[in-house]
Write a protein that binds this ligand. Structure first.
Ligand code: ZN
Length: 86
């Protein structure tokens, strides 16, 4: 049995307690050492580049964030941030 130790990204402490789930289903932890909340696996790019490209391409064709949300299940906030980065 493998125990995965999760460390706080802020203070490197391993005194983390489970603290519910993020909207994307990821386990959230709260650090007992510094009191900050963190995710088990922080992914600034939750979507792989290929997927992102596909979604951005669809956006250019349809120019509808609402449509993208329906089609890809991606949040409008996420797509907006991609567009701004370009
Ligand atoms: Zn901490």
């Amino acid at each position: 049995m493998v125990t995965i130790t999760v460390h706080c990204p802020h203070c490197q402490s391993d005194a983390l307690v489970r603290n519910g789930h993020a909207p994307n289903g990821k386990q959230l932890y709260r650090c007992r050492a510094c009191g900050r909340q963190s995710r088990k696996d922080p992914t600034p790019h939750a979507y792989p580049p290929a997927r992102r490209k596909e979604i951005l391409h669809a956006y250019q064709e349809r120019s509808s964030l609402r449509g993208l949300t329906r089609t890809f299940g991606v949040s409008r906030t996420t797509v907006s941030s991609w567009i701004k980065k370009k």
